[in-house]
Design a protein around this ligand. Structure first.
Ligand code: ADP
Ligand code: ZN
Length: 839
């Protein structure tokens, strides 16, 4: 079984304890466990006065230390994590200055929760062994010692969880169970999560025809507000709504709904909760189109690299609707046909169910789709299916990068510029960067695809670090849409501040032709702030340094950062004047304006308030089917949708993203505009895009108008190079957060000082330590935030300073070895390597 030579001296190994940031601890392997103790298995080890579970990472080749304790047990009969996975985790932990335990959690998210739940059952062979083993005639290979006999007999009653078996069969240990497992006498029983999950039901409310309408409803609103609002909500939804959803919008619903049921206005029934938004979607046949020349040459280059089985990264720079997905599909087909596997990362899979459908239709042999609606049990099932090699193609969000696909041949990062590939909590990795690392470790082809590549990726392609493949033309009949800029300094907006005459006329024209339009505004809610006209103060969140957004239909003020919500007050909390006025624009207000302006049009809204789960799928499906005339939404409408009926795209205000205090503001604006423009004219009719802006001369807006990515890259490069920002320099953001402002400031200054000392080493590329300063978002969830920015032309020195920040943090923020720690329980220090958000 083992490939480990039996050494004379006992082995020492390094173990990462789960959920604890203790670094790698060294343990001795007792001779009896030598075979089983392979890298990638979970082990039980003594820790202090108790025991803990950890992953065995590697052999410790250093000189044996004194007082090293023994591993107690090996918990898995075979390594759960392969060597390439372990080295990816080690890279991630080192590069992002994170504990190994966090990195391992990425590789196997539910690994720890499930170790205790593993169940073993007796196999047919095991049954045979019991029949013979205990008796007089013992069959070759089926001999059982008394303890084994006891365990098997125990399992005859049915599969049991491992800890229970160990409790009931005194003297049995994991090693014994592994032996039985290897001999094929017992086997692991898949826990039937699927059926357990399917049993989940929920109550749904249906509006009945007798419910009050019109004047009757208005009368009801005076006496029973909740009931009236509930009727409004159900009517608006136009279909049964889960009670949980209603309760979220209407606290105190329970008693009202009982009364409404008695009156015959609503009915309640239990329904199975839909867990998988993709389950049951019909698989549309998707016959592969004939590739055009650009696609064919891209596939040829990629295929050649695949066949050579070497790591090669590529940027696939293809304009919107140029057929990038088709290129991925062909390459993956080739990988699967040659016995290799593939991982496809997409920004938000729930937003592009069509894409998942396309993969499922093209690869009937199986696709594991990893999305956020999966419960941990389902996720574990998928993980195991992939690990066993039952499925070799995985499509999912950033965490799918860590799926245990065997013989990996291809990694695709679709819409590689998307910020969702960066994880903004825990181990703050960028899946796009780690895709390159994994590709290199496993000799896979990595394709980074986008119409608007990130500055970093394009720079890599331009300097030859990655290959560059281009699809400069659309694969669909119509060319890229014409983009018109409407200068808001010259054109008057309507009374609601939503539409200028040109955009309004274009909408009317589109509707009259029976075509569809998308209207984009990157702000949800009704109004981004509510101002007191008497004292000039906006209503703010108590816990965050931002204003509260008014959500009119829910009748709530919401903090978009911490989720705090409250009813809008009748008067100003500072000066008590009854002069509160909603200011500015959100998607809800745009929707309301459109409904008033175009009463005959079917208007739908797509943002985080309206779109979750089945509701989201419904809006997307309805739009695809042409049942929506105008789709209003936030950046959710800019993502890779393929709605052939959309001919007009309107941008209500292009400037919102432009003025954020973040050096990527121009890049984000260019990407958003180009992507949303790319939704127009994908079918047989030419598209048209109208962009309302106060900054028509800004390069982000001009280049989006001309669809000129390269020009944008050149102009933007000039700023970035001058300031030493990526891709012409490297950044690490250090953030100090805590409830006590004074403590945060002290710690931030001390950390900055310690970084300055570390940066003082003479070096060809000195590291700049900027700050500490208050973060642009100075308070979040009641915690003060300060930050320090490290900047350097070269990767090595900046990582060395970041590592010193990590040591400072691990030592509790001591100025010198003897001094007291600054970091208490409440203070957090975050090290963000290659930060995406500067807020
Ligand atoms: P992208 O990913 O670049 O935005 P898609 O791969 O989604 O583009 O392709 C856009 C549309 O063009 C899809 O409907 C796709 O089926 C179609 N398409 C792709 N390649 C071809 C081709 N060679 N001939 C005709 N249609 C194509
Ligand atoms: Zn808040």
């Amino acid at each position: 079984m083992s490939s480990q030579p039996r050494a004379e001296a006992p082995r020492h190994v390094r173990v990462s304890i789960v959920r604890l940031d203790l670094g790698l601890l060294t343990y001795r392997v007792p001779p009896a466990l030598n075979d089983a103790a392979q890298p990638g298995v979970r082990v039980s080890v003594p820790l202090g006065r108790s025991r803990a579970i950890g992953y065995l990472i590697e052999d410790d080749s250093g000189p044996p230390a004194k007082g090293v304790r023994d591993i107690l047990e090996v918990l898995d009969p075979e390594p759960l994590l392969g060597s390439s996975q372990l080295s990816l985790a080690q890279f991630a932990a080192r590069y992002y200055h994170s504990p190994m335990s966090e990195a391992l959690r990425l590789l196997h998210p539910s690994g720890m929760d499930l170790v205790e739940r593993r169940r073993l059952g007796v196999t047919d062979k095991g049954r045979l062994a019991i029949e013979h083993g205990g008796g007089l005639l013992s069959v070759q290979g089926l001999e059982l010692d008394p303890l084994e006999q006891q365990v098997l007999s125990l399992l005859l009653a049915g599969p049991q969880e491992v800890p229970r078996i160990l409790r009931r069969a005194a003297g049995a240990d994991h090693l014994l169970l592994h032996r039985l497992q290897r001999r094929g006498l017992v086997s692991e029983v898949e826990i039937d999560y699927a059926s357990r999950v399917r049993a989940v039901t929920e109550e749904i409310a249906t509006l009945l025809p007798d419910a009050p309408k019109g004047a009757e409803l208005e009368a009801l609103a005076k006496t029973a507000k909740t009931q009236a609002r509930l009727i409004g909500l159900l009517r608006e939804a136009g279909e049964p709504v889960p009670l949980s959803e209603l309760r979220r919008q209407l606290p105190g619903l329970r008693s009202s709904i009982g009364r409404m049921k008695e009156r015959g206005w609503v009915s309640l029934e239990a329904r199975e909760r839909l867990r998988d938004p993709f389950a049951g979607r019909p698989l549309l046949p998707h016959p592969p189109p004939e590739l055009n020349l650009d696609q064919a040459s891209a596939v040829a280059v990629l295929g050649a690299a695949l066949r050579e089985r070497r790591f090669e990264p590529f940027l696939l720079h293809g304009v919107t609707s140029s057929g990038k997905t088709e290129v991925y599909l062909r390459l993956i087909r080739e990988a699967l046909d040659s016995g290799r596997g593939a991982v496809v990362l997409v920004p938000e899979i729930s937003l592009t169910p069509q894409l998942a459908g396309r993969f499922r239709a093209r690869f009937p042999e199986g696709v594991a789709v990893l999305h956020s609606a999966l419960g941990s049990g389902q996720r574990e099932d998928e993980w195991r299916r992939v690990r066993r090699g039952d499925v070799r193609l995985v499509v999912g969000a950033r965490s799918a990068l860590f799926a245990p696909v065997q013989h990996l041949g291809v990694i695709v990062v679709d819409e590689e510029h998307d910020s969702s590939f960066k994880q903004e909590e825990g181990l703050r990795y960028n899946a796009r960067s780690l895709a390159l690392v994994r590709g290199q470790q496993e000799g896979a082809v990595v394709v980074l695809g986008s119409a608007t590549p990130s500055m970093e990726t394009f720079h890599n392609a331009e300097t030859g670090r990655t290959g560059m493949l281009r699809l400069p033309r659309r694969a669909t009949p119509q060319p890229l849409p014409l983009v018109e800029l409407v200068d808001l300094r010259r054109y008057q907006l309507d009374a609601e501040g939503v539409l200028t005459a040109p955009l309004s006329a274009a909408l009317a024209d589109t509707l009259s032709k029976g075509q569809q339009a998308i209207l984009f505004l990157n702000r949800r809610g009704f109004a981004p702030f509510v101002l007191c006209l008497s004292c000039g103060q906006p209503l703010r969140c108590h816990d965050c340094s931002v204003s509260l957004t008014l959500h009119k239909r829910k009748d709530l003020l919401l903090c978009h950062y911490c989720g705090h919500e409250r009813r809008p007050p009748p008067m100003c909390p500072s000066c008590s004047a009854a002069a509160l006025k909603p200011m500015g624009l959100g998607t809800e207000r745009v929707e309301e304006t459109l409904r008033a302006r175009f009463p005959q049009a079917r208007v739908a809204r797509l943002d985080r308030d309206t779109a979750r789960g089945t509701r989201l799928q419904r809006v997307l499906d309805a739009t695809a089917a042409g049942q929506v005339d105008i789709l209003v939404g936030t950046q959710m409408v800019t993502k890779g949708h393929d709605f052939p009926g959309v001919t007009l795209v309107g941008v209500v205000n292009a400037d919102h993203a432009l003025h954020l205090p973040d050096f990527r503001a121009s890049e984000r604006t260019f990407q958003l505009l180009s992507q949303v423009a790319g939704r127009a004219g994908r079918g047989g009719v030419a598209g048209r895009v109208i962009v309302q802006t106060y900054s028509p001369e800004h390069h982000a807006i001009q280049c989006a108008q001309t669809h000129d990515y390269v020009e944008f890259y050149r102009k933007e490069s000039r700023f970035r190079r001058e300031l030493g920002y990526p891709p012409f320099g490297h950044l690490v953001a250090l953030r100090v957060e805590g409830a006590d402002e004074g403590a945060v400031i002290t710690a931030a200054h001390s950390l900055a000082k310690s970084c300055q000392e570390a940066a003082r080493k003479p070096c060809a590329h000195p590291v700049q330590v900027l700050g500490p300063v208050e973060a642009p978002l100075a308070r979040l969830r009641g915690r003060t935030r300060w930050q320090i920015l490290l900047k350097c032309a070269s990767r090595g020195p900046i990582q060395a300073v970041a590592a010193s920040a990590r040591s400072w943090k691990e030592e509790g923020g001591r100025q010198s070895p003897g001094s007291p720690p600054l970091l208490g329980k409440d203070l957090r220090v975050i090290i963000d390597v290659d930060p995406q958000s500067m807020l």
